[in-house]
Design a protein around this ligand. Structure first.
Ligand code: ADP
Ligand code: MG
Length: 260
């Protein structure tokens, strides 16, 4: 099992009040799973993502990643685990205003002192269908394109897990679908584990499993039967305007064309 939470609790102190943002959570997520986390605002979704991504330590319980107890790791070891295994995508694209797409994607490699940064960044941009936008700055890109750059930046270190907290929250429906098609491809073709938070049932419908939270608890955890799982619709992201009629997420044309 890749991810195991055992009785994980996260308590915040707000004045005299204790907020149990996570309250004795048990959760297992395997390699290559495609999970949507849903729940009302304040139910603990972002806290859960922060704990899963080693951005935050639980107050209690155990987090095992590939059998290793994350809670017993030093800050350094935890930071290494985080930067090697996890890619993060947020609602805001967090672009640096003056950098081109390829420079933004190279950044995590700069921090890791890696070689071949340009080549790896170019490959990551290809994975999200933005090979032709490499030298564009954020102001020259649509919101959906910026989010795809952010996904490429998360992918460039070849993480095994992508954590996305409301990745389509700032996008229109059509562009949100493109982002979900990228995630679907990562799961199906690269066996990457994708865990995303969303408020939208349409977005959650792409995932194979929906975990619902309320007041720091998991109140529902449903897996789709194999035959209902969404499959990759197109050979390359946004490459073709051909959309299969049977596609549950069919869209008439690519936003690439619309926003070019
Ligand atoms: P969600 O992402 O589902 O909206 P969060 O995980 O952000 O929920 O928050 C869960 C609860 O924990 C909320 O009551 C929130 O106010 C509280 N909380 C989150 N982060 C902090 C913090 N840094 N300090 C204090 N309380 C927090
Ligand atoms: Mg949140």
């Amino acid at each position: 099992m890749m991810i195991q939470l055992e009785g994980v609790t996260k308590v915040y102190l707000a004045g005299d009040n204790q907020i149990r943002a996570l309250d004795a959570i048990d959760l297992e997520i395997d390699r290559g799973e495609y999970v949507a986390i849903m729940g009302a605002s304040g139910s603990g979704k972002s806290t859960m993502m922060n704990v899963l991504g080693c951005l935050d330590r639980p107050s209690g319980g155990r987090y095992l990643f590939e059998g290793h107890d994350v809670g017993r790791m030093s800050d350094d070891t935890q930071a290494k685990l985080r930067s090697r295994e996890f890619g993060f995508v947020f609602q805001s694209y967090n672009m640096l205003p003056r950098m081109s797409a390829i420079e933004q994607v190279e950044l995590p490699l700069v921090y890791q002192h890696r070689r071949n940064r340009r080549r790896l960044a170019r490959e990551a941009l290809k994975r999200v269908g933005l090979a032709d936008r490499m030298h564009h700055k954020p102001t020259q890109l649509s919101g959906g394109q910026q989010q795809r750059v952010a996904i490429a930046r998360a992918l460039v270190v070849n993480p095994r897990v992508v954590l996305a907290d409301e990745p389509t929250g700032a996008l229109d429906t059509h562009t949100g679908i493109e982002v979900m098609e990228i995630f679907t491809r990562l799961v199906r073709e690269e066996n990457i584990t994708v865990i995303l938070v969303t408020h939208e049932a349409d977005v959650a419908a792409y995932a194979d499993r929906v975990v619902r939270m309320r007041d720091g608890h998991i109140v529902e955890d449903i897996r789709k039967p194999e035959h209902e799982r969404v499959q990759v619709q197109r050979p390359a992201p946004i490459a073709a305007a051909v959309v299969q009629a049977s596609s549950p997420a069919s869209s008439p044309s690519s936003a690439e064309a619309a926003s070019a």
